[in-house]
Design a protein. Structure first.
Length: 199
């Protein structure tokens, strides 16, 4: 049996071949980006027959991190042209206290993973920087948003929990809002793709 360079790297850095079930548990424990979500992975495994290879990092008998490769190449699902999935960055499920070497390459690694990955070269690898949403806002900002909401309601608008809407209503509303925002400058997702993805 011949080992590839990537497999040798994983052995050296203590990353082991894993399963979808282990990956899902790790994600549920530590979180990650939407394009790494187990439900999204499951969708592409079932409906697109993509090949996924899973790996995990274990220390003292406890799994500290996990990730996957799509079709043997990329970390994270990059399908933003057909589905509402961000491809700006990938946030890999990691214990906040884990520190290790990472065996695969990506230039989309989230800055949140900086504390986890020893061998990441952030300034060289990342040409873009994503913004992190603040945890709190100024009283003036909050007042402005409240006034906007009240004006929206006075003009006949409604605020509903998304769980009250059907999959068809969500898909139609998404497309309608997309066209209102971008007009004809950007192509929107196909209704059938969106409906199947949301369902």
């Amino acid at each position: 049996m011949t080992l590839s360079i990537k497999n040798i790297k994983r052995i050296i850095t203590a990353w082991k071949p894993s399963t979808f079930e282990t990956y899902k548990k790790t994600f549920e424990k530590y979180g990650g980006s939407v394009n790494m979500h187990p439900d999204v992975v499951s969708y592409f495994m079932i409906h697109h027959d993509w090949k996924f290879d899973f790996f995990h990092y274990e220390k003292d008998g406890d799994i500290k991190g996990s990730y996957f490769l799509c079709n043997g190449k990329q970390i994270g699902i990059m399908a933003r042209r057909s589905y509402p999935l961000s491809s700006d960055e990938v946030l890999i499920p990691f214990s906040p206290h884990a520190r290790c070497f990472f065996p695969d390459k990506t230039n989309k690694l989230s800055i949140i993973n900086k504390q986890n990955i020893i061998n990441a070269t952030w300034k060289i690898a990342r040409k873009k920087q994503n913004c992190i949403i603040k945890e709190s806002f100024s009283p003036k900002f909050e007042k402005t948003r409240r006034n906007e909401i009240q004006r929206f309601i006075r003009n006949g608008g409604e605020i509903k929990c998304i769980s009250q809407l059907s999959d068809k209503e969500i898909s139609s509303s998404y497309i309608s809002l997309f066209h209102s925002r971008f007009g004809g400058t950007l192509p929107c997702y196909e209704y059938d793709n969106l409906l199947m993805f949301i369902s």
